[in-house]
Design a protein around this ligand. Structure first.
Ligand code: FO1
Length: 319
């Protein structure tokens, strides 16, 4: 099967690794959210792209899921001694990625060309695609006002109360042409267990993309989401907190309502299996399994089960 996956940060990267282990590398493309990107200390930082790239390269920090394994923090310590900003933790090794990305961007290379080159150097064989080469910046509309994503997420530790989201620049952002090519070839589209509001939504919200996905669905390509919500809590990050602040329940049923009409299948955790009938009444098929990915084998098993589920939906859609 040719698979296109949409991914945000740590949770998305875990399933992406499982998919990379389960599939022939040229059959897998991962389109990554760039709404979390920002400019910091004069550098272009693409956190989700780096998380996916480091994870697929086997280089990710196992404790945080972001950044590099075996990291040291001399730069950050020295910067804070000088009164510099240290809230966004840039490790010494990770810094090389941001400096080299920034240098290449200033030299005229696109984010997608740079990502392709970095992945080749790091031995990543699946295709990692930034969702767009045009800048999109996620803004959290909080009770206290608008906050750039990393200001909300890292600096303010997701404490401000969320009301809404904006994706600055999205109206002018073109989906990456390779993303469209991979979508045209895909046998299934998989939404990784990433935050539906700030990881999947900016990708799907790129101009024209929703319509293209719908036309592929009409031609029999299933869209399968893997739930980041397990037993009423988010596996990582603020998804559950956001749902509550938006006046929703932090449940897989609320997640299914969010995706209703746009997905064909939802992979839910076994602890949520009793929600399956209500999700199916929304026209979404379900598969319940253990979705908590602790080991690499968990990631591969979940990826295989998700692929089998997608395959069963594809044959149903094309019957
Ligand atoms: N996340 C944090 O919670 N704290 C950090 O200091 C932090 C630094 C960081 C540096 C490089 C990088 O690629 C990612 C980093 N992240 C950090 C993760 C990142 O901000 C989030 O995981 C994503 O933007 C959300 O998907």
């Amino acid at each position: 099967m040719n698979i296109l996956a949409f991914a945000g940060g740590v949770g998305g990267a875990k399933l992406a690794l499982g998919l990379a282990r389960a599939l022939d590398p040229n059959r897998l493309a991962i389109a990554v959210n760039t709404g979390d990107d920002f400019e910091h200390l004069g550098l272009n930082i693409s956190p989700d792209l780096d998380t996916v790239m480091y994870t697929l390269a086997g280089l990710a920090n196992p404790e945080t899921g972001w950044g590099l394994a075996g990291e040291t923090w001399n730069f950050l310590d020295a910067a804070s001694r000088l009164g510099g900003e240290a809230w966004f933790r840039l490790g010494d090794r990770d810094l090389a990625t941001h400096i080299e990305r920034t240098r290449r961007l200033r030299g005229g290379e696109s984010l997608s060309e740079i990502t392709r080159a970095f992945c080749a150097h790091l031995g990543v064989t699946a295709e990692v695609i930034p969702m767009s080469d045009d800048p999109v910046r996620t803004i959290i509309c909080a009770d206290e006002g608008a906050l750039p994503f990393q200001e909300y997420f890292v600096h303010r530790k997701c404490e401000p109360r969320v009301r809404d989201f904006e994706f600055a620049g999205i109206a002018l952002a073109r989906p990456l042409p390779r993303l469209l090519e991979r979508l045209a070839e895909a046998d299934a589209l998989i939404y990784c267990p990433s935050n539906p509001y700030v990881s999947v939504a900016p990708i799907v919200g790129l101009p024209g993309l929703r319509l293209l996905i719908e036309s592929r669905r009409a031609a029999g390509m299933p869209v399968v989401a893997v739930s980041p919500i397990v037993g009423g809590a988010a596996l990582k990050g603020p998804a559950a907190k956001m749902m509550i602040e938006l006046g929703l329940d932090s449940t897989v049923i609320a997640l299914a309502k969010h995706y209703a009409g746009t997905i064909d299948g939802l992979v839910i955790d076994s602890v949520d299996a009793d929600s399956a009938p209500r999700i199916e009444s929304l026209g979404i098929k379900t598969m319940a399994t253990d979705t908590v990915m602790k080991t690499d084998d968990d990631k591969t098993r979940l990826a295989r089960e998700t692929l089998n589920f997608a395959r069963s939906l594809k044959s149903r859609l094309t019957e």
